[in-house]
Each structure stands twice: as structure tokens, then as C-alpha cells.
Design a protein around this ligand. Sequence first.
Ligand code: GLC
Length: 470
Amino acid sequence: MSVPKIDRTGQNTRMRATAWISIASLIGSAVFADAHLDIQKKGSKKAAVTDSVDPNANETPAHHEARMRWWREARFGMFIHWGLYAVPAGTYNGARTQNIGEWIMHDLKIPVSDYASLAAKFNPTEFNADEWVAIAKAAGMKYIVMTSKHHEGFAMFHTKVDAFNIYDGTPFKRDPIMEMSEACKKAGIKFGVYYSQAQDWHHAGGAAYGGHWDTAQDGDLHEYVKKVAAPQVKELLTKYKPAVLWWDTEVQMSKEDIKELTAAFPADPWLVANNRLGNGVPGDTETPEQFIPATGFPGRDWETCMTINDTWGYKSFDRNFKSTQTLLRNLIDIASKGGNYLLNVGPEPKGVIPTPEVDRLKQMGEWLDKNGDSIYGTSASPFKKLPFDGRCTVEGRKLYVNVFAWPESGLTLPGLKTKIRGAHVLATGKRLKLIKAADGTVTISKPAELDPISTAIEVDLAGKLEVDPQ
Ligand code: GLC
């Protein structure tokens, strides 16, 4: 299955997005996997032709490496989907959306002015940026990416473009993007913004999968980009100075659109931007959504974004939360393939991150506190396949093995040529016996105590890592 494309009038040229989303959620992540790989492959193929609009086309490899450094070491970040959609929380006029919460306006075809009236009810008095950042930090997350404007078109920052924003248009009269960016700076954690650059169901000319449903949406996409998206992106980059700009939903953007949108890039030569801008601009990072690619993306930086339950924006009745074990094993799996995990929270309308999400994040942080060396700053596993249920990462002369199920006979690392100096349980420091076979194979003995999530082992190598090609 391929990803739907929207043309410049906002019409979907292949398939209705609602169908796309429902089918994808029914069939599961495999569909998303194919779909997004498809988009990514196309993105890389087109890159060479459109270099002229790629804002980083002339960057030196050395600068690229330096720019990506913190991001690569981070491995774990928090995605925050928060906007007007938190108010209906999945239910509008008695109708429940079957899809992800932030798409409610689209899925229930809510007229533009009716939807806009939700702003008067949005008063998240319990929002506290320091608390959110503390939750991310305690979870072991190293960066945050928050929606500054989702497809609904509502700005979560004090934009000068118009009053359809949380500062001018709600009783709240505060700027959460500014508060979050300041709280992150204080706490020493990177802050980034998500921005929907083409889909905008509120402003005239903005695109919509499947086409517009209200004449108020009609207009010209380039005019929209010029008058709304580009000025807002400029405000974000110059006033809020995010470390990450997370574009979303590729639309057939013209080169002129792209140039308008990236005009403010020179203001920050360190900005990290993903691959969803459009027109073949490769961006810095691949963005598999809701799945972990089997082999990662060798040669490319990548980040799996994923929900804790089944929605990005808050839905009061979505209780399908993944277990802490699943979430941590996902992170371990992703790190073993050289990627990052951007795990989403969907705060409630009052400004509180749902308790089941906070609980899981807290437990993840507890595990990472003891076992974080096996994740942060590591690179992908040198082994194609391990003969046990577990994952491996590397950092210099250290191999980290996260074991989900220990073989009674102990661990062997197939093809490892470098001598093993020693091995210990990361969380406890407990040394593990090394058993040498006549053929030189070394087996690491099973620890007495196992962690049900994953027992991380640090293997100290006597020299530079060398593994037989497998
Ligand atoms: C999709 C959805 C969107 C969500 C995003 C996160 O593209 O359109 O609602 O924000 O994925 O990756």
C-alpha cells in the first residue's frame, strides 16, 4: 500500500485519508511500515534532483556530524500532541471518532467556525511546563518535541499571524510553547516543535487529506504558505529557537513553498529537521511512525515515533496503554538498530499528562537510571542475529547486551573476534563468570537475579571491536 498524496488543492489523489487511517489501525503497524518506508524511499530518490531547495544542501559533512551529535546520543525523546482537540477528547456532539484524537475535526467533518468555537472552552489552568519537563527528565528522555500547530490550524504559541492561537483566542492567555522552551532550557533538555506546514483545516488554502469540507477552507495553498505557515515558522525559529523542527504530512509542495518555509533556517545552523517537509527534501531524520524498521536505516539518522496508547492527541476513552515492558523493549530494540524513540503523550484539556502515561514513563526512567549506559550514546549492534532473545549496542570497547530471555547455558556472541576482558550486570555491578570452550568460544554465565524487563550486561572488550562478517 502506498501513502496518499494530496495535491495542491488539498484533494487526495490516491485514497481518502480517513480510509487510510482506519485501515492502517485495523491492519496494524505493518501497513504504516510499508506506507512510510514508501514515502521515505521516494524522498531519498528525489533528493538529488531537488537539492536547490534543500536548506542543508551545501553543508559540510563535518558540520552535519557536529549538528547531529546531541540528537544521536539522546536516543529517547518525548513527543507531545496538545491542541484544541484535547477539548472534545475524541467525542463531539455525542459522536466518537474511531481515529486518532487530533484528527477529530477532519473525521467528523466539523465546520470551521464550529470547531474554532472550542477555543473559548480551552483553559488548561493546570498546565505547568516545569512539571512536564520534570516528567520527561525522570523518564530518561533527552529532548521534547511539542505540537506548535497541528492540522487543525490552531497555534499553541502567541503568533502575530492571527488570533487563532492559545494566547489571543482562549481564556488561558498564556504561551505554552514559550513556557516549555524556557522550562527545557532551565532543565538542560532540548526543546523542539512539531509544525504542520501544509495541512491546515482552519485557514483558507490549507490542505486537507480527502479534500475540503467547508468553503471557508478553500483557497490557494501557496498563498496559505506565504501568509500563515512561513511567517509562523519564522516566528518559531527566531523567537522560540527550537532545537528540532518536526514537519508533518507531505503534500505536493512547490519549490517556492519550500523556499518560503525554510527561509528562516539560516537563523539557526544547528536546527535538526525531519524528512516530512516535501518536494524530496531529505531532511536529517527518517521518521518511521508506529513501527520499528527491521534493520533501521543504515547510513541515515532515524527516529520511530509512537503512541503509548493508540492516539496522539488525548482521547478520554482510549485506555489501550502499552506495558512498560513493551515500551522499554521497544527503546532497546530501536537503540540496537541505531535509532531514536520519540514516545508520545497526549495531555488532557486541563493541561495534565494522563496518569497511566506518567506511570509508565516513571517506570521507564527507573530502569534507565540503572541501565542507561546500554542506550545513550551507543551505536547499532554489530551482530546481524543473536542466538537468544536480546539486543546489543556498542560504545567504544564496550558491548552492551540486553537480554530478554536468558538461555540456561549462558550467552555467546557469535562471530565476536575481540577478546572479552570481563562482563557484569549493568544495574548491580555483579561480575559474571566467563566460561571458555576448547575452540575458544566464550560463554557469559547467567546471572542469579534477572530483571523481568531486560537484564543489561556490560561486556568489556580487550581491544577494538571486531566481528566476523555474518
Ligand atoms: C500522522 C498524523 C498526525 C500525527 C503524526 C505523528 O502523520 O497525521 O496526526 O501528528 O502522524 O507522527
